[in-house]
Design a protein around this ligand. Structure first.
Ligand code: GUN
Ligand code: FE
Length: 427
């Protein structure tokens, strides 16, 4: 029974985007950092295992926040009166420029990391800023927290303010310095190549980053087709392309050269070529519903992309999104899909709670490997939720999940396992 741990409680996880498993008083059997299986009756061979009794509480896979900007946490909830490009210039770039000062980073990054650690998120794709020292500091904090995260030093060498821009040669040199500084430093945190988006990266930078990806095998994260003016701007910058995704794909930076997360994809269905690139190259789309509403970007065609077999997860996109809660992001995804159904496309049914739960667990989790499901061989990431304040009536497990998604503030996290470790016990 070496290393066998059994979590007893009310289990919920997605087997696929069409199948949610719910099991009252079930047993989640794990060995060290790996899941062995879920059982209604504990198999005899595990009867000697160490049981952690969470009877009455919900046990679910940890959530993945597939797209979030750590430096923007300081102005979450502010400045929602603009669309993307003016919002970046007015609020975001001045806020990010402050991280040139490591003392500022030391003052504010701990709160972001603490709140992420205390949320139900176990994995995240995180943007830092262009600054190497502050980015490394953020990565050190994340490593200590126990959350598993891909983090990017951001690249910006055009169309950016004087205090938040690098020369082309400098942005590539700094990226290499960052990668060499952190080489071998972390167990849980890893680097992701992060061109901010096409308008802020010259062709030379894209070529240089593609070369880094080829040399290192690192993944890419960026933004794609978020806003109509942004899309028109990219078309001007890359007149030889017939969709935004091609401007990345030219450099192998949209899933063909290395794994890629593309945030938003609100308008990706308006170009057949773009949907094809996302599908063929197995790009992970990070759907960020609250952000897309706040910046009046639109509502992404999530159901259509799911039907096409495109990989999708959910992102909070703080600070265009105001909260780190994946529960709130799930509720927002459902609500936004209803507005899309009313105003845009009567053919696509709105998303269900079961579907958004799939996106927040298995969908985004798959970027990190075998993550986000309670199946044999998957990594042991789980959150245990005390939802007793929400159970005035006898509810099914599915109803409890629905309530949790809509009223998460009335629940509490009892434990949070990441690769087999209850990280809430970390100091
Ligand atoms: N596109 C380029 N940068 C950003 C950013 O910081 N947030 C969002 N939502 N979109 C972007
Ligand atoms: Fe973003």
């Amino acid at each position: 029974m070496e290393g066998i741990r059994i979590l007893k409680g009310d289990i919920i996880y997605s087997k696929s985007q069409d199948e949610l498993v719910t099991m009252k008083d079930g047993f989640l059997v794990t060995k060290k950092d790996t899941i062995l299986g879920v059982y209604q009756v504990l198999p005899i061979e595990y009867s000697e295992g160490l049981v952690e009794d969470y009877t009455g509480k919900l046990i679910m896979p940890g959530f993945t926040d597939l797209h979030v900007h750590a430096p923007q946490y300081t102005f979450r909830g502010l400045g929602m009166n603009m669309e993307l490009i003016p919002w970046l210039n007015t609020y975001t770039f001045p806020a990010e420029a402050r991280y040139a000062d490591i003392e500022y980073a030391k003052k504010v990054y701990p709160k972001f990391v603490e709140d992420l650690k205390n949320s139900p998120t176990t994995r995240a794709g995180i943007f830092a800023t262009i600054h190497v020292e502050s980015t490394e500091y953020l990565m050190d904090l994340l490593e200590e927290s126990g959350v598993i995260a891909g983090v990017g030093k951001v690249n910006m060498d055009r169309n950016s303010p004087e205090n938040l821009i690098e020369e082309t040669e400098e942005t590539l040199r700094n990226t290499r310095k960052w990668l060499s500084d952190i080489d071998g430093r972390y167990k849980r945190v890893f680097p992701i190549v992060t061109p901010r988006f096409i308008p802020s990266c010259t062709n030379e930078t894209m070529e240089g980053l593609a070369e880094i990806c080829r040399e290192t095998g690192l993944s890419v994260q960026s933004h794609l087709s978020e806003n109509q003016s942004e899309i028109a701007w990219v078309q001007e910058l890359h007149p030889d392309t017939n969709c935004y995704a091609q401007a990345y794909d030219k450099y192998g930076m949209c899933g063909s050269g290395s794994k890629a997360i593309m945030a938003h994809c609100v308008y990706s269905d308006q170009r057949k070529e773009e949907l094809e690139i996302l599908k063929k190259n197995q790009v992970w789309v990070a759907h960020c519903p609250e952000s897309n509403m706040n910046l009046a970007s639109g509502v992404a065609p999530v159901k259509k992309m799911m039907r096409e077999g495109i990989r999708i997860g959910i992102g909070t996109d703080v600070a265009a999104g105001s909260k780190l809660s994946l529960f709130t992001a799930m509720a927002d995804a459902v609500k936004a899909s209803k507005m899309r159904w009313v105003y845009v496309d009567k053919e696509e049914e709105p998303l269900t709670v079961a579907e958004v739960f799939y996106l927040a667990t298995a969908g985004g989790g798959s970027f990190f490997g075998k993550v986000g499901r309670f199946e044999e061989g998957y990594e042991f990431d789980a959150v245990i939720i005390d939802d007793s304040r929400l159970s005035e009536d006898e509810l099914s497990l599915y109803e409890r999940l629905e309530r949790l998604v809509y009223v998460p503030e009335e629940s509490q996290i009892a434990a949070k396992y990441v690769r087999g470790e209850n990280i809430l016990l970390h100091k």
